[in-house]
Design a protein around this ligand. Structure first.
Ligand SMILES: Cc1ncc(COP(=O)(O)O)c(C=O)c1O
Length: 448
């Protein structure tokens, strides 16, 4: 049988990942152990329901795996209830909203333009923004969440759910302040820690466990597991509403999902045991150190950062003073030069969502590969050089009609741009010396 073309494409993607430097803060690389569980026979089995209460026979082993995954996460976060079945972060947030709210109830989340997530009540185009009354809070001029305004809005609108979570917000989430406000107005507090789980486990970001009623995390970002999510109910959550676990179980299945992805469940269990090791704590600390060095080096190179820096794994370069609207062109030029990140709006955006002025950068993936502070300084230099080159050679037309035409033309021209080509060679020379998953983060024999 001829080899399926898809395997060639998988090899091609592997080469791309090895030869380039990934700075998308929501991406990470999995360990060979997590990969093994994902590619296992567990995919073959249907297991609608929960351990001990399945709709299909033959789930003796799947039950053991799901219980083990739950137990590991309960231990890791010291919580009484865990659900590991959500297919990913967005379905998990929808399940929590479905469990806690009625159609039309008021929810409050961080607006997208200030670094929030679509599932936190973004208006019109999302489930959370259309089926609930969404009141969004934002950041102040310092780029940090404006808690005075948040409190005013909460008192005025009396939300049933407040969401503390971030996708493109570089500062710590102050869960204690969120809890004060939520408790004052009787709201549930959901901490969506998708981005910062790894930092929390490593002890370099505040934990939401004493403050939130429900916690959600994707498992593929700093947690460094498969694409999936888990939902936790805390002791505080149980105290407020003893029915929370059963409401969440029913919302995940049967309300919104069918059979769980058992291979993912097993891979989550493995990622959880990796997260319990001292090596993982070191990993979390190194993500943050690398982010601090990258941020400082970018600033030394003269680039502006939203809020003047970072307290987490991510940062946003703000090109507004030198090249408003050029985040996308710079992101494309960087990708051509072997460094991939993503364009992003910045607070008070002067461009548009299509032509935003920011670039979002994060260090979880490069840290997994074993890169350290020296590499961060080199990467900052490349980012500065490529930014300057792009701004000079491929300026975004101010005329809106001409924009699309020029941007498409520039994208083609970039492919033959000598400076970008040379940078790509230099980036590759560095990147290929780092494995996708550094050996120091692997589980040791004694830990399995
Ligand atoms: C804070 C936050 N919540 C939820 C999600 C959604 O996760 P997924 O892409 O797995 O649906 C994301 C993903 O970017 C996120 O950043």
């Amino acid at each position: 049988m001829a080899k399926d073309k898809i395997f060639n494409l998988i090899n091609k993607e592997e080469r791309r990942q090895k030869n380039k430097i990934g700075l998308i803060p929501s991406e990470n690389n999995i360990s060979p152990e997590v990969a093994k569980a994902l590619g296992s026979v567990l995919t073959n089995k249907y297991a609608e329901g929960y351990p001990g209460a399945r709709y299909y026979e033959g789930n003796q082993v799947i039950d053991e795996i799901e219980i083990e995954a739950q137990d590991r996460l309960k231990k890791l976060f010291d919580v009484p209830f865990v659900n590991v079945q959500p297919y990913s972060g967005s379905p998990a947030n929808s399940a929590i909203e479905f469990a806690l709210l009625e159609n039309g109830d008021t929810i409050m989340g961080l607006e997208l333009a200030s670094g929030g997530h679509l599932t936190h009540g973004h208006p019109r185009v999302t489930f959370s923004g259309r089926f609930f009354h969404s009141v969004q809070y934002g950041v102040g001029e310092d780029g940090r969440i404006n808690f005075t305004r948040l409190r005013q809005l909460a008192r005025q609108y009396k939300p049933k759910l407040i969401i503390a979570g971030n996708t493109a917000y570089p500062f710590e989430l102050d869960f204690a302040q969120f809890a004060q406000i939520a408790d004052e107005v009787g709201a549930y507090l959901l901490a969506d820690i998708s981005h910062v789980t790894g930092l929390i486990v490593a002890g370099v970001h505040p934990s939401p466990i004493p403050y939130a009623h429900v916690v959600m995390s994707t498992t593929h970002k700093t947690f460094r597991g498969p694409r999936g999510a888990f939902i936790l109910v805390t002791d505080k959550g149980l105290e407020k509403d003893p029915k929370l676990p059963s409401k969440i179980r029913k919302a995940v299945f049967p309300a919104l999902q069918g059979g769980p992805h058992n291979a993912t469940t097993a891979a989550i269990a493995i990622a959880a045991s990796e997260a319990m090791t001292p090596a993982y704590k070191k990993y979390g600390r190194q993500i943050k150190k690398n982010a601090a060095v990258l941020a400082e080096s970018l600033q030394k190179q003269g680039l502006k950062l939203v809020g003047d820096g970072t307290q987490t794994h991510l940062m946003l370069v703000d090109y507004t003073p030198i090249a408003p609207g050029m985040g996308g062109l710079i992101a494309r030029a960087l990708d051509t030069a072997g460094i991939y990140a993503n364009k992003n709006t910045v607070p008070g955006e002067q461009g548009s969502p299509v032509y935003p002025s920011g670039l979002r950068l994060g260090t979880p993936l490069v840290t997994t590969r074993g890169m350290g502070e020296r590499e961060m300084k080199q990467i900052a230099l490349w980012i500065k050089q490529v930014s300057e080159h792009t701004i000079e050679k491929y300026p975004l037309p101010t005329d809106l009609e001409q924009r699309k035409y020029f941007v498409e033309r520039y994208y083609k021209e970039m492919l033959d741009d000598e400076f970008l080509r040379q940078t790509e060679k230099d980036v590759k020379a560095l990147a290929k010396t780092f494995p996708l998953f550094a050996p120091q983060w692997r589980l040791q024999e004694s830990e399995t």
